[in-house]
Ligand binder design. Sequence first.
Ligand code: GLA
Length: 379
Amino acid sequence: MMKKYLVASLVLFCFLSIFNMACSFNNTNKNAMDTASVTTKNFGTLEGKPVTEYTLTNAAGMQVGIINYGAILTKIITKDKTGALGDVITGYESIDGYVQKGNPYFGAIIGRYANRLAKGAYKVDGVAYTAAINNNGQSLHGGLKGFDKVLWEAVVLPGDSSIQLSYVSVDGEEGYPGNLKVQVVYTLTENNSIKIEYTATTDKTTVLNLTNHAYFNLTAGKSPNIYEHIVQLNANKYTPVDSNLIPTGELLDVKGTPMDFTTPKKVGQDLDKVAGGYDHNWVLNKADGLAEIASVYEPISGRYLTVATTEPGIQFYTGNFLTGTLTGTKKGIVYNKHYALTLETQHFPDSPNQPGFPSTLLKPGETYHQTTVYSFSTK
Ligand code: GLA
């Protein structure tokens, strides 16, 4: 009897040992092959709740930071042509910087309506609404407390390369109808792309225009301006604006004007010929669906950024309102005028008031989808 137990125990012991070895072999193997990772860091507290920075890292060593406040992109660390890593977007060390008055939407998700609505006024199904006014009598980037200023619920998705952020904007918030459920998924791919996928549903017809407001300086702080960045935009037309930066409704040809970026051009080449600097919506030459529509090349670092989107427009803005006064910036960098540029993929500003522009209405039963991909390489 005793002998039987001994043999059985021995067999069990051997089995467990072999099983264990197999498991640890598997684990080692998995770690060696799948090096995408997510780490978290305390970024401060807000409204008594923790703000967390999630850092996605891929096998190539590229890093992307995202916080659950404003679904903000806090850092994009990529290699230059020598292999040295550098952070190519503006931002702050902690939540304190992001909540300061005058933070110009660094890295944030913008909603419900990206860019301007004239006097905040618009109609849905004949009913008049007024979105919160916050910019020279206009409504800019969602109003007083847009999607950039709220806490989102963040979840790390399986695979350790995506973060999903969710937010429910209640009926009437900032002057917009309907309870709107929004989700944004950021994915860092193995080929150094940041994919941003947006989805949303509503229970009443509303207007919706989402974007991300990252400011890029591809020198990663080596140059205090973007004059030498070479930009290309696949757009034969743009939407001119009035003195309040509200589109006039026209679509004008870029040909022969400082707005022409159909072939790659230095940002600084015609910048002083545009009153106030570039801050316009370009009408993209594209059909429906995801297409590559813009690129930026920075010769000193060799960094090359391409932008693909499903959206019909892009706001190319040259940081004209940066004044070097923001505090708590990353490494104490002074963000002066023209330090960085934005490429905000979007529907055209003030579309609800412009019958000639593509519609930004979202109805109950429909799902809003938007995808934008920022891809990094060097050359
Ligand atoms: C957008 C607008 C600009 C400015 C910035 C934020 O790009 O078009 O006019 O408001 O956001 O400062």
